[in-house]
Ligand binder design. Structure first.
Ligand SMILES: [Zn+2]
Length: 306
């Protein structure tokens, strides 16, 4: 059996997969906000209860929004209970089994590589568009990372100069990472809502802006055109620099079929001359990707992986 945890700032998803990787159960739990002992107890309890139900000791994978530093400590500012903690080191003595952890965007991409949208791609790029923007790369079945664990922070590159030439009135937003003009400040769900206010709209969340656009509202139309150009320019820069064979999108915005048509139309304008756009593909596992990818980490750690 394989157990996956997808750890978020407010909720933790837990799922159990059998040896053929069919999902057998799933549950959602509130994240203990700042209480690390309560966080450890919750994870250990869920694992032990699953062991009892399924009659074995499943391997455990954890996906979280952050990185593992060189000392094995978790850096996850949006999950204060585990930020700066040696979570794996504290769980290992209590769980006699393989235990792995990785960034949640990497988990999403791993899931889409395993019988998903980018199965078999030589170099696959994953980009998650949610509250923030996450990214990951897989080459020949293996997640790419450095010893510092920070590979894939594609949301924290500055927006493309050709956009600023085309939209000189575009503001440079300050990003939570400390840099100005990061892609994430425009193309995350929060970014879409911020762009809508810039276009004269009222306070709406990302889904609300999309709904207003689909009802024909003018400000939302202008905002969505701007949004899609910024996203195309960002993905275009990644394609020029990394030359992926396929790109899979995740997060709440990835569920809209028109997103892929719009990107296909807009991308060529933002690519280096001579570069052709790689296919941008919708995820197969959608919202389930993170927890499924986390459960796959143990299998990924013992290659060959497919
Ligand atoms: Zn940033």
């Amino acid at each position: 059996m394989y157990y996956g945890f997808d750890i978020g700032g407010s909720k933790i998803a837990f799922a159990v997969f059998d040896d053929e990787f069919n999902e057998r159960e799933r549950s959602l739990h509130p994240t203990p906000a700042r209480d690390y002992p309560a966080f450890l107890t919750l994870l250990l309890t869920l694992v032990r209860q699953a062991d009892a139900r399924w009659g074995g000791a499943g391997t455990v994978g954890l996906g979280f929004p952050g990185v593992l530093d060189v000392r094995g400590r978790i850096l996850a500012p949006n999950v204060p209970a585990i930020d700066g903690r040696d979570l794996l080191g504290d769980l290992r003595p209590q769980l006699d089994r393989p235990l792995c952890a990785d960034n949640d965007a990497n988990c999403f991409l791993l899931s889409e590589y395993h019988r998903g949208a980018v199965a078999g791609a030589g170099l696959a790029l994953g980009l998650t568009l949610g509250t923030g923007v996450g990214g990951g790369l897989i080459h020949d079945g293996r997640l790419i990372n450095s010893r510092r664990g920070g590979c894939g922070e594609f949301g924290h590159g500055g927006i493309n100069a050709s956009l600023l030439r085309r939209y000189p009135e575009l503001p440079l937003y300050e990003c939570g990472c400390g840099l100005p003009g990061c892609l994430e400040t425009y193309v995350s769900g929060t970014g879409l809502s911020r762009l809508y206010r810039h276009c004269g709209g009222q306070e709406r969340d990302g889904k609300g802006v999309i709904a207003a656009w689909q009802q024909g509202e003018a400000q939302a139309g202008h905002c969505m055109s701007l949004y899609l150009d910024i996203l195309a320019a960002g993905v275009g820069a990644m394609m020029t620099q990394l030359d992926p064979d396929a790109v899979v999108l995740g997060g709440g915005l990835s569920e809209y079929p028109w997103l892929y048509r719009e990107l296909g139309t807009r991308l060529p304008e933002y690519l280096m001359a001579g570069v052709s756009a790689a296919p941008v593909i919708a995820p197969v596992f959608g919202g389930a990707g993170g927890v499924r990818g986390a459960a796959l980490l143990a299998r990924h750690a013992s290659l060959p992986f497919s």
